[in-house]
Design a protein around this ligand. Structure first.
Ligand code: CO
Length: 466
């Protein structure tokens, strides 16, 4: 059987290249062609797509999902789900996680890819249980990073736990694009030996090595790879779908995609891409190779966030110092993988450490929460001195963070009863209260005069790399 391909242009492609700004109409304009190309699955939904719909596009993300579902009759639809954070940035109670999974599947999702920034299995548990309960395919994604604790053995051990938890497949999620071909070969080989789960690889081209990494992963037995149609591939996004369809054609790995449909879809996407190039949302810089991500082991999105934070402070001369401080902060914090929300937290702390001239003189609330154990267990022990300096003798949570949260869905429903007209609305409000309130007010009480909305650049800061 050939290698399966998951098409990412409608989620990660435009998220990585032009801040997730594709509209529902644009998505729908290409959905039929993609649906008929023979993909294993189509990634269409996730935190940034949801957020961007409400915050910038004045669109209902649930409606987008239903419309895509109505067009895509042959292909499974996939979403990215941040474990106990759902699509937001804090831990939600189990009943909210359950309701979100239920509604996602009801509205058209087939495969839910669940990950936790810290790879704390306890933060994945409820999403797995709920996905199975509502008949979805549950894929667990392990956040890939490099550190003294993130060895092949560490991932193999986690993979065994993932299988035991009841996942249907496993993904290695290399959000920064730092997985090298030789490491991929070793990692995938050992995962294939130690679990029965189908293995998928998700990576990014930012560092210029991704295609090589995918090839070695395929040779090691990788079952599924994430690619994007050529107009929305490469640069900070995934490798090109057509490239892999072409290279693997006629081999035992042949993904057997329909070339004509790939071409038709690409023609449509090229026009969309040109629009974002012209309006400046797609910075040509995102399309070139950035070897710094391999050197500093940080996601491309995080590099640009650091730059914008430093520009704001008028401290661009400190860029190199901050980049050098990132690995130090990571080490102090027990080597968290740099993925949302940890990439933003570690980046901000590194900036503060450099700019104030004293390490941990200023510490954001999120870092304090992390040190209190509110995000789950750090991959390695946190530096004792740093811990003491920041939280003193405070108690640190060692249980699953969500165990401390009482059910909250009914309370949220009551709280939003004047704005929400369905459970989907309640969930949108629960995740993005401010923007969802504004959006739903406009949706249900449209005003004749359209106000101009000023876009806030904090969006990039929030996104990081996924
Ligand atoms: Co990604």
């Amino acid at each position: 059987m050939g290698v399966k391909i998951v098409e990412t242009s409608l989620r990660d492609g435009h998220q990585s290249l032009f801040a997730t700004r594709m509209t529902t109409d644009e998505v729908l304009s290409v959905a039929k062609e993609i649906d008929e190309a023979g993909f294993y699955a189509l990634e269409v939904w996730g935190g940034a797509t949801f957020d961007s719909c409400i915050r910038f596009l004045n669109e209902d993300p649930w409606e987008r999902l239903r419309k895509v579902r109505a067009v895509c009759k042959h292909t499974k639809l996939q979403m990215l789900f941040r474990g106990q954070n759902i699509l937001g940035y804090r831990h939600y109670s189990d009943d909210v996680v359950d309701m979100f999974v239920k509604k996602s599947i009801e509205n058209g999702i087939d495969i839910i890819r669940v990950f936790d920034a810290l790879n704390d299995i306890r933060n994945l548990k409820q999403a797995v249980i709920s996905t199975k309960k509502y008949g979805g395919h549950c894929q667990i994604a392990l956040s890939y990073t490099t550190s003294p604790v993130h060895t092949v053995e560490y991932y193999v051990e986690l993979a065994k736990q993932v299988e035991e938890l009841g996942a249907d497949s496993l993904c290695i999620k290399d959000m920064a694009g730092v997985l090298t071909p030789q490491n991929a070969y070793e990692l995938i080989s050992k995962l294939k030996k130690n679990t029965k789960l189908p293995i998928e690889l998700h990576s990014h081209c930012t560092g210029g090595i991704c295609e090589l990494t995918y090839m070695k992963a395929i040779e090691a037995g990788c079952d599924i790879i994430d690619c994007g149609l050529s107009p929305l591939s490469n640069g900070t996004a995934q490798p090109s779908t057509q490239a892999f369809n072409c290279v693997l054609k006629g081999t035992k790995y042949d993904p057997k995609l329909n070339d004509e449909m790939l071409n038709n879809a690409s023609e449509i996407l090229t026009k969309i891409k040109d629009k974002y190039l012209a309006n400046g949302k797609l910075n040509p810089k995102s399309l070139s190779v950035n070897p710094n991500i391999l050197k500093y082991q940080v996601p491309g999105g995080m590099l640009s966030n650091l730059m914008s934070q430093l520009k704001e402070q008028g401290a661009m001369d400190k860029y190199e110092d901050v980049l050098k401080e990132v690995p130090n902060v990571r080490k102090d914090l027990g080597y968290p993988p740099l993925v949302t929300p940890l990439s933003q937290m570690v980046g901000t702390q590194a900036v503060l450490n450099v700019i104030t001239g004293e390490r941990y003189k200023m510490v954001p609330k999120e870092i304090r929460d992390y040190l209190h154990g509110k995000y789950g267990k750090a991959p390695a022990p946190v530096d004792e001195k740093v811990l003491h300096k920041i939280i003193g003798d405070d108690e640190v949570i060692t249980c699953r963070p969500a165990d401390l949260l009482a059910p909250e869905f009914e309370a949220l429903k009551e709280k939003y009863k004047d704005i929400a007209r369905c459970d989907e609305d309640v969930l949108s409000l629960a995740l993005f209260e401010q923007y969802a309130t504004e959006f739903l007010k406009k949706k249900y009480n449209p005003e004749p005069v359209k106000e101009d909305k000023v876009e806030v650049e904090e969006f990039n800061v929030i996104l990081g790399g996924n």
